[in-house]
Design a protein. Structure first.
Length: 221
């Protein structure tokens, strides 16, 4: 299955890059005109086998901005004007198609995490997550499309993300790894195309995340 999955990744990501090239060039031009820093941004994440790699995104935070907090939510002053729209519709993730072609990522799989976020997980979960290439999209990330907007409502978004959302999404991703299939990957890709630009899907996600965070806050309180 790994060979077939890798072949599909390269073919689909390559075709997507060609089809989306005009969109990506327009985004690059918008960022350049905004003069908020370089067009692309590279950040270290942990990939398959625990190996660090650079994940690529369109820049959405101003160059030279403080690195803390590591979670940027809606209303964060570091977010650029183009960045507000790119982050909302996940268009800042498009350069990761190249990461898929180069082999550090897959189209579908657990979203790549930082070392700090992985440290919040138990050893067994970390090992399982890092046994496969991280993905450009996943069922867990689709269920949490609206997390940035909801996290902005809480006093410590970074704590909420690392201690509640990361473990929650990890549980979903581990479930999907246990039953992964090419058909399952195809379904996630289809759902990604349908849901990322869907306001109703975003509202459902916001309600889900808000309920989760408020429930955890009540329990801890």
């Amino acid at each position: 299955m790994d060979f077939v999955k890798r072949t599909i990744d390269v073919v689909l990501a390559g075709v997507a890059m060609l089809l989306l090239l005009p969109v990506m060039m327009a985004i690059a031009g918008w960022i350049a005109i905004d003069r908020s820093g370089s067009v692309l941004y590279a950040e270290t994440r942990i990939g398959r086998g625990g190996r660090p790699f650079c994940i690529h995104k369109f820049r959405t935070l101003r160059a030279g901005s403080p690195v803390e907090p590591t979670v940027a939510v809606r209303g964060d002053a570091r977010i650029t004007r183009p960045g507000r729209w790119l982050r909302l519709w996940r268009l800042d993730e498009l350069p990761q198609l190249a990461d898929v072609v180069f082999g550090t990522m897959s189209l579908v799989g657990p979203r790549p995490q930082t070392q700090a976020n992985l440290a919040a997980l138990d050893a067994r979960s970390r090992k399982r997550l890092l046994s496969v290439r991280p993905g450009l999209t996943s069922r867990a990330s689709l269920l949490h499309l609206g997390e940035d907007e909801v996290l902005a409502e809480f006093a410590d978004p970074e704590h909420c993300y690392r201690t509640i959302l990361v473990p929650t999404k990890t549980r979903i991703e581990l479930e999907d790894l246990d039953r992964r299939s090419l058909c399952g990957d195809a379904l996630v890709l289809l759902q990604t195309m349908l849901l990322v630009f869907s306001p109703p899907a975003r509202r459902r996600s916001q309600a889900r995340v808000r309920e989760l965070l408020e429930s955890c806050a009540r329990k801890s309180g």
